[in-house]
Design a protein around this ligand. Structure first.
Ligand code: 2P0
Length: 350
């Protein structure tokens, strides 16, 4: 009998903001990084991607992806790698149990929506690929753990492998050539440090000038400082950051976060020709955090910037009046909007 059914599953995935940054690939095809990284997962209340995956024998036009209402290209190698890996995992289940519908042979329709600016340095590719992989994994009823799915999401976008857990997540670079050990793991759940907060200063919602993928390749190829970063600075920061998270040592967490962001942007400036992601408002945000911390006599706020001018400030809930008060008075005019999100847990999945 013909299978007329449409199979469907939806999920959301959160944004993560790295506190030890991923920058550089040792294998661009498999998205294998030159260094490990750690991120904090933000609450999905303000920042998330919602993706619905469906498949049916009658979907005749091949795989498709609609992103924020517009049809998007699915011929790229990275998205194809995700489809291939997930179909292969589903096919194993179908072989083991021939009564299962042959979803792995049907075209996939994906509909995805962000509730925040795409490609503005707010890690949209991380939430996007994490939601895509998780939605298809749900559709296919795969038994894979978040760590196993992180191997697939990594191939879509490196940072996406850190958006499948919630809480504080490390991506271990691994050393195998096939990438089978380059995956993410949970350092601590969000409940371990529930008073962590993130303030996102949307300095610009415009698309960034130099994409992460090409920027990091230029850095790997031309920056001497970058070699120092991957051999010494990141391993030191990884160890210190894991310790700071485990012991809930905010001052240490803040120092390492700011140092690592500075190190990453210094490597961008050391790239030839140089890459500048920060603008004058970004720099004013750095000075505002410096003044908050100087006044407090200890680090109670930490700035970090990805491949764009937007600033993320981490702080503890008990310091909210001081941190938020300073930002609204100092930066009011240059900042187009901000969202406050607590470090959150991954939402339950349909
Ligand atoms: C991070 N970024 O760790 C760093 C900090 C930007 C600066 O991960 O080429 O979009 O898709 O693997 O994941 C942005 O890089 O790059 C990123 P691809 P991705 O969050």
């Amino acid at each position: 009998m013909a299978d007329n059914k449409v199979y469907r599953a939806s999920t959301t995935a959160p944004v993560n903001i790295a506190v030890v940054k991923y920058w550089g690939k040792r294998d661009p095809k498999l998205n294998l990084p030159t260094n490990s990284s750690i991120s904090v997962t933000l609450s999905q209340a303000d920042l998330r991607t919602l993706t619905t995956a469906s498949c049916a024998a009658c979907f005749a036009d091949g795989d498709s992806l609609t992103l924020n209402g517009e049809l998007s290209d699915v011929s790229g190698a990275r998205i194809q790698a995700c489809f291939r890996e997930l179909r292969a995992r589903r096919a194993v289940l179908e072989t083991a149990d021939p009564s299962l519908p042959k979803l792995s042979r049907m075209a996939l329709k994906l509909v995805s929506e962000n509730n925040f600016p795409t490609a503005a340095g707010l890690a949209s590719s991380a939430a996007g690929f994490a939601a895509l992989v998780q939605a298809i994994a749900n559709l296919y009823e795969l038994p894979d753990s978040p760590a196993q799915l992180s191997l697939v999401a990594r191939q879509g976008s490196g940072s996406a492998c850190r958006s499948l857990f919630g809480g504080y997540v490390a991506w271990r670079m691994g050393d195998k050539e096939d990438g089978s050990d380059s995956m993410a793991d949970l350092v601590a759940p969000a409940s371990h440090w529930p008073n962590m907060r993130a303030l996102i200063l949307v300095v610009s919602a415009a698309k960034k000038g130099v994409s992460s993928t090409s920027g990091m390749q230029q850095t790997v190829a031309t920056s001497g400082l970058f070699r120092q970063r991957i051999s010494n600075i990141v391993p030191t920061n990884m160890a210190a950051m894991e310790q700071a998270i485990k012991t809930r040592d905010f001052a240490k967490f803040a120092e390492v976060t700011m140092r690592d962001s500075n190190s990453f942007h210094a490597c961008c400036a050391d790239t030839y020709p140089p890459i500048f992601y920060l603008n004058d408002v970004s720099k004013a945000a750095i000075r505002a955090v410096e003044s908050i911390n100087a006044k407090a006599g200890k680090a109670i706020a930490a700035y970090t910037f990805d491949a764009g001018p937007n600033c993320v400030v981490y702080y503890l809930d008990e310091e909210a009046p001081t941190v938020l008060g300073t930002f609204s008075s100092v930066l009011g005019s240059g900042v187009t909007g901000w969202k406050e999100g607590s470090a959150g847990i991954r939402s339950s999945v349909e």
